[in-house]
Design a protein around this ligand. Structure first.
Ligand SMILES: [Zn+2]
Ligand SMILES: [Zn+2]
Length: 111
């Protein structure tokens, strides 16, 4: 009977994890919006999304406005430029739009 030592067993398990990891990453994109946000498509249309949103197509023109968690969110003042692009997991976002007085808007985009 062959004898597998504890150290060999750990090596076998570690090898299996390394092989399996790329498949897991490809099957489950980890980006999403959590909560209620307005998202803007590249043609300037705003849609409201709620709860967990990984992907969303614009209701007006069909452009993807949320793609694997990447989106442009719109603040309560209607700012939705490229500076408000979010990626990965987004639970809140402060508007990054620059104001004429030199500051930034800073309003919470989650509604
Ligand atoms: Zn659109
Ligand atoms: Zn703003």
């Amino acid at each position: 009977m062959s004898k597998i030592t504890r150290r060999d067993a750990i090596k076998l398990v570690a090898g299996a994890v390394v092989v399996a990891a790329p498949f897991t990453a490809a099957a489950a994109p980890d980006g999403f919006l959590e909560g209620t946000f307005y998202v803007r498509c590249k043609n300037g249309h705003d849609d409201k999304v709620e709860d967990i949103t990984r992907n969303h197509d614009c209701k007006t023109c069909g452009e993807k406005s949320v793609d694997g968690g990447t989106a442009i969110v719109v603040c309560p003042d209607g700012h939705g430029g490229p500076e408000n692009r979010v990626e990965g997991v987004t639970r809140q976002h402060q508007c990054q739009t620059r104001l004429p007085n030199g500051g930034i808007c800073g309003k919470q985009c989650r509604r």
